[in-house]
Design a binder for this molecule. Structure first.
Ligand code: DGY
Length: 348
């Protein structure tokens, strides 16, 4: 699909993206926009090389694509200077290789913070209250009357929420769980989450002033402290060498037997095979997963487990957010092409 065919700058989007605002931003600034409408979900390096072709000023790509040496050198040869991932995460992008070829890299933070945190909160609730299991039970026609033991799950009120990676998304998630369910907080992050700490302190004081029990917060010294103390744990680190298999067999074993674990960051943060074994051995332990180690696949056994809620990497999937991500990605590419600052550069 081609927009503004006579535009001076050729910008390629490897996927159709929501809304048209991002397209108009580019076409209004003399860009010819080419959108790949290939049916295949995940494009290979070869597919993308063909899209880049002989002349290309910038590309908007997706987190499913492998943006490394091969693609950045091809983009450079085609006269390109700009690339943006339509995602906040950029573990699929070799930023060093891009820099080597003089290609600016952008990502799309901010617009997806609340949407992603809402999905992590949804997974926390769905897992704790066994929503999916109960839904399947209803649809199977198995409900034959109220019973005291039917789908008993966990109450969140007064329990402890654990956050590993208290950046933008982790902090937004923590706020939702604290304000919504009056949970206490324990978090682990290399940096102090000062605003989050202030929020919990102020909210605790507010509760106390209204005759309720205050909520508390604690910054943990280790990941283990969070895992052993929290009742609901949500993972929000970036994926890099230090966080690959952050949650492994040993660390799973120190979690409470009835804990809930949520992952809406990146799949390889959890050793998924170890998780499957842990779920099998501990039926009261529950997970909510938005991401998987080798997407689009799940490790054998996971799909059969009742104590796992699984969704297909949809954490940022609200209309407002996805249109915002597309717009930011277009602004990133446009910025570099036209010599404005790149809207969001992960190097900065
Ligand atoms: C991201 O942006 O990194 C998410 O995984 C998709 O929204």
């Amino acid at each position: 699909e081609v927009w503004n065919p006579s535009g001076k700058y050729r910008v390629v989007s490897t996927k159709p993206m929501p809304g048209t605002r991002w397209i108009h931003l580019l076409t209004d600034q003399d860009c010819r926009v080419e959108i790949c409408t290939e049916k295949k979900t995940i494009l290979s390096v070869e597919d993308i090389l063909a899209l880049i072709g002989e002349r290309c000023d910038g590309v908007i790509g997706q987190l499913t694509e492998d943006w490394g040496e091969v693609l950045f050198s091809a983009l450079r040869r085609a006269g390109g200077t700009a690339f943006s991932n339509m995602a906040v995460g950029y573990n699929n992008v070799d930023v060093k290789a891009a820099n080597k070829y003089g290609i600016a890299v952008g990502n799309t933070p901010g617009v997806l913070t609340e949407t992603t945190a809402e999905l992590a909160a949804s997974l926390s609730l769905a897992a704790a209250r066994r929503i999916v299991e109960a839904d399947q039970f209803m649809r199977a026609g198995l409900y034959d009357g109220w019973l005291p033991h039917l789908f008993v799950g966990n109450l969140l009120r007064g329990q402890t929420v654990g956050v590993i990676g208290a950046g933008r998304i982790g902090s937004a998630y923590a706020r939702m769980m604290i304000e919504g369910f009056k949970m206490n907080l324990i978090y682990y992050d290399l940096y102090q989450a000062t605003r989050l700490e202030k929020f919990v302190t102020a909210y605790g004081e507010f509760l106390q002033a209204n005759g309720e029990q205050a909520v508390t917060w604690k910054r943990a010294a280790t990941v283990e402290d969070v895992l052993s103390e929290a009742d609901v744990i949500s993972l929000h680190p970036v994926l890099d060498k230090t966080t690959y298999h952050l949650i492994n067999k040993e660390r799973l074993s120190i979690m409470k037997k009835e804990a809930v674990l949520v992952n809406a960051s990146r799949g390889p943060v959890i050793d998924e095979a170890a998780l499957v074994e842990h779920l099998k051995a501990n039926p009261m332990f529950r997970v909510g997963l938005d991401v998987f180690e080798e997407e689009p696949f799940m490790k054998p056994g996971l799909a059969e487990l009742k104590n796992a809620v699984v969704v297909p990497h949809i954490a940022s999937a609200s209309k407002w957010t996805r249109e915002g991500m597309a717009t930011l990605a277009a602004l990133n590419v446009l910025g570099k092409i036209k010599g404005y600052p790149v809207w969001s550069d992960p190097n900065r």
